[in-house]
Design a protein around this ligand. Structure first.
Ligand code: SAH
Length: 256
């Protein structure tokens, strides 16, 4: 420990769920309330920041200066500097920190810098979407597995997944960050043997007040999504279980 390093500084990576503050865990709320400094980006709902102490520093690390948001290395350096000055630094992450959230990279850097780190899990977008749509992701007899896949590799292109394995699994696919590459992803899945009639849904802003849903057969979803112009965070669910949501919606309509 260097002479200027205070021993009580630490960092917490907090999963904040899909947006609605009601979906925070109690542990997340406690961490936010005890924070001296909070680092957040665009996926974090302002209502979550209101839970912090009035005197806590709120730092928007997603704000774009020119073309670039603050780089990952700069974010980590800031957390390290604040923690070394004795602060409890809370890094707010959308959903769960370890599901496509780069939480692992931040954790590794903080550990490397000798900053004590705690991780608080959060409700990941796939689970929030499933609850909102009433899609049981692994409904017995319908889906035996669920696959979290990204549509956006480090280079911004569709990553190479094992499409045949995904198509054959009979499981549910939850595709994150797939808005821009959905056409190609769907083409790959269908070429690998998945039926174009497989039920699918795109959900934008799951759990938030302005949530939107788009149910389509898999083959029709990309074009419909482009026409709908979803521009908020959007998740796709693909698989037979999505058909259960449609049935539930029909029952609800009949009962109304
Ligand atoms: N760590 C996050 C995912 C970060 S990647 C989690 O566990 O949920 C960002 C992607 O997550 C978005 O492109 C979108 O696909 C999905 N996402 C996050 N919040 C969402 C929301 N409220 N509704 C729909 N999709 C969401």
């Amino acid at each position: 420990m260097s002479a200027c390093q205070r021993p009580d500084g630490r960092a917490t990576l907090v999963g904040c769920g899909p947006g609605d503050p009601d979906l925070l865990t109690l542990r997340a709320v406690k961490a936010i309330q005890s924070a001296d400094a909070l680092l957040f980006d665009a996926l974090i709902d302002p209502a979550i920041l209101e839970l912090a102490r009035p005197d806590a520093r709120r730092i928007d690390v997603g704000k774009r200066c020119g073309r670039h948001a603050m780089r990952q290395a700069a974010i980590t350096a800031l957390i390290v500097r604040l923690a070394r000055s004795g602060a409890h630094v809370v890094r707010l992450k959308g959903g769960d920190p370890f599901v496509f959230g780069r939480g692992g990279e931040e954790l590794a850097s903080l550990r490397g810098a000798g900053v004590p780190v705690t991780v608080v899990p959060g409700v990941t977008a796939a689970c929030a979407a499933a609850a909102s749509l009433q899609v049981p992701l692994t409904h017995r007899g319908v889906a035996r597995s669920v696959h979290f896949v990204t549509g956006h590799g480090a280079d911004g292109m569709l990553p190479t997944h094992d499409w045949v394995a995904l198509a054959r699994s009979g499981g549910t696919i939850a595709a994150y960050m797939a808005g821009g590459t959905l056409g190609l992803m769907v083409a790959r899945l269908i070429a690998a043997g998945m039926a174009g009639a497989t039920p699918a849904v795109a959900i934008e802003n799951a759990s938030r007040a302005h949530e939107r849903r788009l149910f389509r057969a898999l083959a029709e979803l990309p074009e419909a999504l482009t026409a709908a112009g979803f521009d908020g965070p959007t998740l796709m669910l693909i698989g037979a279980v999505v058909g259960l949501a449609e049935q539930a919606a029909i029952v609800e309509r009949l009962a109304a």
